[in-house]
Design a protein around this ligand. Structure first.
Ligand SMILES: C[S@@+](CC[C@H](N)C(=O)[O-])C[C@H]1O[C@@H](n2cnc3c(N)ncnc32)[C@H](O)[C@@H]1O
Length: 166
């Protein structure tokens, strides 16, 4: 009985519908663009560096804002791809991110340092924050440790046969 009440309480909680797509390496990360990004999608890219993935994203949608914490990277990317909107942004500064737009359908994240196991909590905190604020359909993140972690996760489904006798 106590278990059932706990489940009902959880069902009242706000549930994020955002899918988290974890990729290992830049090739996998870029491969997702062709599969996931639709022409009308508003996309926020975080960690654009020189803009190589931004260029791929810009062929899939016209509604792209590409960002990086480094002013030098943003300057270089603007020079290489003048048709794309590049902005300086520290991904952890969510208020500045909110000034870029109210809603994004896809958020792409490739930030240095997100692949190690020690960074896993930072990655989860970051993607949960972007999911809560922008409610995108999907957040695509380049993080080998998140991908490995996700492979080992399984969401337990309620089995009525396994309920404790009352
Ligand atoms: C591996 S590079 C990105 C490569 C790029 N996505 C591509 O496909 O060519 C990682 C980038 O993350 C940026 N970065 C690191 N910390 C960041 C932060 N807190 N917010 C935004 N960008 C950050 C770095 O400046 C760097 O350009």
């Amino acid at each position: 009985m106590a278990v059932r009440n706990a489940i009902m309480a959880n069902e009242k909680q706000f549930k994020l519908l955002t899918k988290y797509i974890a990729t290992r390496g830049v090739d996998e990360y870029r491969q997702t663009v062709r599969v996931l990004v639709k022409p009308d999608d508003a996309v926020l890219e975080i960690g654009c560096e020189k803009g190589t993935t931004s260029d791929i994203l810009s062929r899939a949608t016209k509604h792209l804002i590409a960002t990086d914490i480094s002013d030098d990277c943003v300057a270089m990317a603007r020079e290489r791809y003048p048709h794309i909107r590049f902005e300086a942004l520290d991904a952890f500064d969510i208020r500045s991110a909110m000034r870029l737009g109210a809603h994004f359908d896809k958020v792409y994240i490739d930030m240095s340092g997100l692949s190690s196991y020690r960074a896993l909590l930072d990655v989860i905190a970051l993607i949960t924050m972007y999911a809560s604020v922008f409610e995108p359909d999907a957040i695509i993140v380049k993080s080998g440790s998140l991908k490995q972690f996700a492979k080992n996760c399984e969401a337990w489904k309620w089995h009525s046969q396994s309920a404790e006798p009352e």
